[in-house]
Ligand binder design. Structure first.
Ligand code: NAD
Length: 269
């Protein structure tokens, strides 16, 4: 029988865990017996996630940290080790989107702001997180970087976000090789279009239009569908998977959907 009990008792940090994918991953980890350091720039929502976990019998703490600030990231890793005695894994999830614009219209300030969170933030989470996992001598250490389809494909009018996410995949592949001998797996997950607040206040009909264009099955993904992949990568079932950029996108990265003429539509009846 295959089960996920190997994750139980593992200590993990999830950044950007007050909302969206990070929240879904933190809740899923805790439901499966992991001890979770929930981190975000938003203390109220982050503490609410911790309350949800502890009221369901799980174990979690909140630490406010901005992943673009080195002192915050170091503080976050120290807090995890002080609280739980070691660190087994980190999910570098915190990220922001960017306005859609061609490259010549972006400012240097926008480049610095987005890359500071989406790329440098992941680098710092890896730098300090991996050091702590190594010191912990975790037998099942893991790093999960939340990239995007924009980490493996071009993305029109999203040059800064896309280059940051490609950088995240590059860091992932390199670290997979650097730490393979030290029992640490390093993978990226590449969500397609998932329903979270990253969509901002876009009207529902616009979101649905995007889902139809961007997702072969015509719907947005659910954050839980991303969390389940993260849980698998954190578990000992995935110890032979490293350096991968795993897409969670209903297949949108493999090509375009074109209308198909069914010869026997009656089989759908
Ligand atoms: N939702 C999607 O369709 C989608 C698709 C591909 C990739 N992603 C990636 O998934 C990750 C999570 O996105 P989401 O959709 O859950 O977004 P979200 O906006 O719902 O959640 C992001 C969380 O990160 C936090 N955050 C933002 N800046 C931060 C910082 N500097 N330091 C710490 N925390 C910070 C926010 O407060 C928020 O709680 C991002 O890296 C994003 O690029 C999302």
């Amino acid at each position: 029988m295959t089960d996920f009990t190997s994750v139980s008792g593992k200590i993990a940090i999830v950044t950007g865990a007050a909302d969206g994918l990070g929240k879904a991953i933190a809740l899923c980890f805790a439901e499966n017996g992991m001890k979770v350091v929930v981190s975000d720039i938003h203390s109220d929502k982050g503490s609410e996630v911790v309350r949800e976990i502890t009221s369901n019998g799980g174990d979690a703490v909140f630490f406010k940290a901005d992943v673009s600030k080195e002192e915050d990231v170091r503080g976050l890793i120290d807090l995890a080790v002080e609280t739980y005695g070691r660190l087994d894994g980190i999910v570098n999830n915190a990220g922001i989107s960017a306005d859609s614009r061609p490259i010549h219209e972006y400012s240097i300030e926008e480049f610095d702001k987005i890359t500071a969170i989406d790329l440098k933030g992941v680098f710092m989470g890896m730098k300090y997180g991996i050091e702590a996992i190594l010191k912990s001598k975790s037998p099942g250490g893991f790093v999960i970087n939340v990239a995007s389809l924009a980490g493996i494909m071009g993305n029109s009018s999203m040059g800064i976000y896309t280059s940051s996410k490609h950088g995240v995949v590059g860091l992932t592949k390199t670290a997979a090789l650097d730490y393979a001998a030290y029992n640490i797996t390093v993978n990226a997950i590449c969500p397609g279009t998932i329903r979270t607040s990253i969509w901002g206040d876009a009207p529902e009909e616009v979101i649905q239009q995007y889902a139809k264009i961007l997702s072969p099955n015509g719907r947005l993904g659910d954050p839980k569908e991303v969390a389940h992949v993260a849980l698998f990568l954190a578990s000992d079932l995935a110890r032979y998977i490293s350096g991968s950029a795993i897409t969670i996108d209903a297949g949108s990265h493999v090509g375009k959907v074109t209308p198909t003429q069914w010869s026997h539509p009656e089989i759908l009846d």
